[in-house]
Design a binder for this molecule. Structure first.
Ligand SMILES: Cc1cc2nc3c(=O)[nH]c(=O)nc-3n(C[C@H](O)[C@H](O)[C@H](O)COP(=O)(O)OP(=O)(O)OC[C@H]3O[C@@H](n4cnc5c(N)ncnc54)[C@H](O)[C@@H]3O)c2cc1C
Length: 383
């Protein structure tokens, strides 16, 4: 059995730790943050991700913390239905729900079920060195740790990736996004239903239940530049001005949001990489294939990565480099497809030109449900 170092205790790093421990390897996860705090808003874990969690014996720990999402309504700015996607045929075939969940709840569940001491916080990875069969990670505070293999699960700005492939850079998608999770039980939103409102002028708003009467919402606006100073100080009141005329429950969700609950991120992804593995070093999760959030599959892909990594190591237990190469072969095309599809979907959703907006809405309305379903079927295919 081998000793692994994982850099990053996000969804990818923690699920990978579970996958490796189950196979009898020893694992140490190094996280830069001084503590695992409640960061992030909501997530949808697709049935594909729930199946992967099941494969890692984590489904039972996660499933009660969220709520099933069965319907996605796509609406125009006046509340007219453009499309209505019932995901039940997929989830029934896969055997697992699509789950709306708070990211913090998911991360804590993954953390809680690891043996104490597996995760070391406050250790920011700086670089690695290799000597013979030993890899050494060097941390910002001068400490080091050695291992047989190193996994970079350190997110879209991965330092592990930067050392391996310094030219791979995130790209800005042209829009910026606010998110929050709010208590909204008294709105009595229909159970299991989520919606996206595609407005004019590059305005988009979506919401999804995450359980316990809480609703996760996101609001996107076009912005020619990232870190736009105009948006830096945006408050819920500013968002009310931008989205207040959107259909219910958009204004009500914004009205329930305090400034302290608001998260703001420019939307970015990572153009697909040619490699995820180099020798006994591997990238996974956002470090390897960060995607725009339009398919709701970023965390799902990280969870799938962990399940596939477990399979690859089980088939090649004594040759980690071979297992990592097999992982790369199995994951590159699927994750690249998610990245590309999500990027294009985002461009359609953020269209600003009024003619294109009405053309888009017209096409979406005419698109038969069966075609829309067909376009999504690949996401749920067996890994
Ligand atoms: C607006 C938005 C909406 C989204 N919605 C969804 C959704 O509905 N469904 C879905 O599946 N996904 C969604 N995602 C994506 C999802 O959040 C990410 O894909 C997922 O969290 C990636 O997990 P990760 O572990 O790979 O990376 P991260 O969550 O970024 O974790 C990386 C970890 O590494 C740590 N780290 C970074 N650098 C270092 C270092 N040098 N040393 C040590 N530690 C380090 C970080 O502190 C962090 O804890 C969304 C993302 C956004 C921005």
């Amino acid at each position: 059995m081998a000793h692994f170092l994982i850099i990053g205790a996000g969804i990818g790093g923690l699920t990978a730790a579970h996958a490796l421990l189950r196979q009898g390897h020893t694992v140490r996860v190094h996280e830069a943050a001084p503590e695992i705090r409640e960061v992030g808003a909501g997530l949808v874990l697709g049935a594909n991700a729930m199946r992967a969690l099941h494969e890692l014996d984590l489904h039972a720990a996660v499933r009660p913390l969220g709520t099933p999402v069965t319907l996605l309504h796509l609406l125009d700015q006046r509340g007219r239905v453009l499309q209505r996607a019932d995901t039940t045929p997929f989830t029934r075939a896969v055997g697992f729900d699509n789950l709306g969940i708070h990211r913090a709840a998911l991360q804590h569940a993954l953390l809680r079920h690891l043996p104490p001491g597996t995760v070391q916080t406050g250790t920011a990875f700086g670089h690695f060195t290799a000597q013979g069969a030993t890899l050494t990670a060097h941390f910002a505070d001068g400490r080091t740790a050695t291992a047989d293999a190193l996994i970079g699960a350190d997110g879209i700005r991965s330092r592990v990736r930067r050392q391996l492939w310094p030219r791979a850079e995130p790209r800005y998608a042209g829009y910026t996004c606010w998110r929050a999770v709010v208590a909204a039980a008294e709105l009595n939103l229909p159970a299991g239903e989520s919606a996206e409102v595609w407005g004019d002028a590059g305005r988009r708003f979506g919401y999804v239940p995450v359980g316990g009467g809480q609703v996760y919402w996101f609001a996107c606006l076009n912005s020619p530049q990232p870190r736009n100073p105009k948006f830096q100080a945006y408050s819920p009141a500013d968002l009310q001005r931008a989205f207040g005329a959107f259909p219910d429950p958009v204004p009500q969700l914004l009205a329930r949001t305090g400034s302290h609950q608001l998260l703001w991120n420019d939307i970015q992804d990572l153009p697909p990489l040619a490699h995820f593995a180099q020798g006994r070093i591997l990238l996974l999760g956002d470090a390897a294939h960060a995607t725009t959030p339009n398919l709701g599959q970023g965390a799902g892909m990280a969870v799938e990565d962990a399940a596939v990594l477990a399979r690859c190591l089980a088939s090649s237990p004594t040759d980690i480099a071979a297992a990592f190469r097999a992982f790369e072969r199995r994951r590159r095309s699927r994750t690249a497809r998610v990245v590309r599809t999500s990027w294009h979907l985002g461009r359609v959703g953020q269209v600003a030109n009024p003619w294109l907006v009405s053309l888009r809405n017209h096409v979406m309305k005419l698109l038969p449900d069966s075609v829309a379903r067909q376009q999504m079927a690949w996401l749920y295919e067996e890994l």
